[in-house]
Design a protein around this ligand. Structure first.
Ligand SMILES: Cc1cc2nc3c(=O)[nH]c(=O)nc-3n(C[C@H](O)[C@H](O)[C@H](O)COP(=O)(O)OP(=O)(O)OC[C@H]3O[C@@H](n4cnc5c(N)ncnc54)[C@H](O)[C@@H]3O)c2cc1C
Length: 382
């Protein structure tokens, strides 16, 4: 066990940090205000190979290992977590899922386009009536002569307003339960595919979120992911493991940025003729933040290592644990960091209020904290 990053990972960390500070940071307040992702960042991400990080080099991407994806997620989120969500939904939720589960033909057709960023991807499980109970999705796929005909709608989908390629979960027959679940690669130009309305959010406002409407959407038979009906459940669950660990790395990134800001402020701001950091109640907050951030990062790294080592059972358990811990932790950390800033923290002039708004999404997206507790409870009962 070695807790130091390798030279390669350290170089990656520094180059992502540079990209985030030079390119993302100046655009972040505008994206937050206008609730829009700046297309310049997509082009820059393409140029630097960051948009294809979830996809292997044999398909034109720059995937090396899951730890690299975690480092990228944390470093981008230190500056603007919404941008990390855009890249993650594209290259991991869509691209990486296709690479892990697609047929060779599907991979050759779609991955180079996604890896280069010529196309943007998204992934849709959630529906207006099916959130935590993801297995109750109603989007229906009926097999007909022209292919599969999909009907239904997807809700809260990251990148839906800008995506060209969507990984869509549907059921061929609700009576089959889990056995009817399938995943399809759906292009935005397929007849019957509609980008629904964009949704306005509390935080993560640089990440476009929206609905997808499938109205007699005709999907060619060869776009059934993996080519076998009824395999949607394992595709969905393995994808969620990756998503939860990387979502946790994003939470660590936001919490780290909030901690750094709070520490700096506590050293500079004086009250009662002394810097805030000399007050033990302020030290208490900073100490708790530091320890919790470190604990969450270590758990996330364990999850990333389990992914890299192909340890499926351990991955599922640690994914639920870190998702629960890191995504609750980021809410505590950003709240305490804002508290240390006093009134200034509540003002838009400082990024603290954005960190707090961004953090709030983390205990909800990728499966709520309550659902992670149910997963952990299920393991304990087994
Ligand atoms: C910013 C953001 C981005 C997202 N991006 C995507 C995306 O790209 N693709 C996608 O498919 N989805 C996405 N989602 C959707 C997300 O996965 C769902 O919001 C989440 O799974 C919760 O579902 P829900 O919102 O329908 O809440 P519900 O399932 O209705 O839950 C409401 C509340 O009830 C609780 N609850 C539900 N069941 C139980 C239970 N059995 N025991 C105890 N408590 C329970 C929940 O924990 C929650 O507190 C995104 C969400 C957000 C906020």
């Amino acid at each position: 066990m070695d807790f130091d990053l390798s030279e390669e990972h350290q170089i990656l960390k520094e180059s992502v940090r540079r990209f985030a500070l030079q390119e993302i940071e100046p655009r972040s307040p505008g994206m937050d205000r206008d609730e829009a992702f700046d297309g310049y960042l997509w082009e820059k991400g393409r140029e630097l190979g960051f948009v294809g990080m979830g996809i292997g080099p044999e398909y034109g991407g720059s995937f090396s290992d899951h730890l690299s994806l975690g480092i990228m997620a944390e470093e981008v989120s230190r500056v603007d977590a919404g941008v990390a969500v855009v890249f993650g939904a594209h290259s991991v939720l869509c691209g990486n899922n296709i690479e892990r589960n697609g047929t060779e033909e599907q991979k050759r057709k779609y991955l180079p386009l996604l890896a280069s960023g010529a196309r943007c991807g998204c992934m849709g499980i959630t529906e207006p009536e099916a959130g935590s109970d993801a297995l109750s999705i109603r989007t229906r796929a009926r097999r007909k002569a022209e292919g599969y005909v999909l009907n239904g709608s997807k809700m809260f989908i990251s990148n839906a307003p800008i995506a060209d390629t969507a990984l869509i979960y549907a059921t061929t027959d609700p009576a089959l339960g889990q056995g009817g679940l399938c995943a399809f690669i759906v292009e935005k130009d397929f007849p019957g595919y509609h980008r629904g309305k964009s949704l306005s959010k509390l935080g993560l406002r640089s990440s476009p979120t929206g609905e997808i409407i499938l109205d007699d959407c005709v999907v060619p038979e060869e776009n059934l992911l993996g080519g076998v009906e009824g395999t949607g459940l394992s595709i969905m669950f393995s994808g969620l493991d990756v998503e939860r660990i990387l979502w946790s790395c994003q939470a660590v990134g936001i919490a780290g940025a909030a901690f750094d800001a709070a520490l700096k402020y506590a050293k500079e701001r004086k009250q009662f003729s002394k810097p805030l950091i000399t007050f033990q109640m302020i030290q208490d907050k900073l100490a708790n933040m530091l320890v919790e951030i470190e604990a969450a990062r270590l758990m996330a790294y364990k999850g990333l290592a389990c992914l890299d080592q192909g340890k499926k059972r351990q991955t599922r358990m640690i994914a639920a644990q870190v998702k629960l811990y890191a995504c609750e932790m980021v809410n505590r950390a950003t709240s305490e960091a804002l508290q240390i800033h006093g009134g200034y923290g509540y003002m838009k002039e400082f990024p603290l209020e954005r960190y707090l708004r961004d953090a709030r999404a983390y205990a909800i997206g990728a499966g709520t904290s309550e659902i992670q507790k149910l997963i952990i409870g299920g393991y304990l009962m087994a």
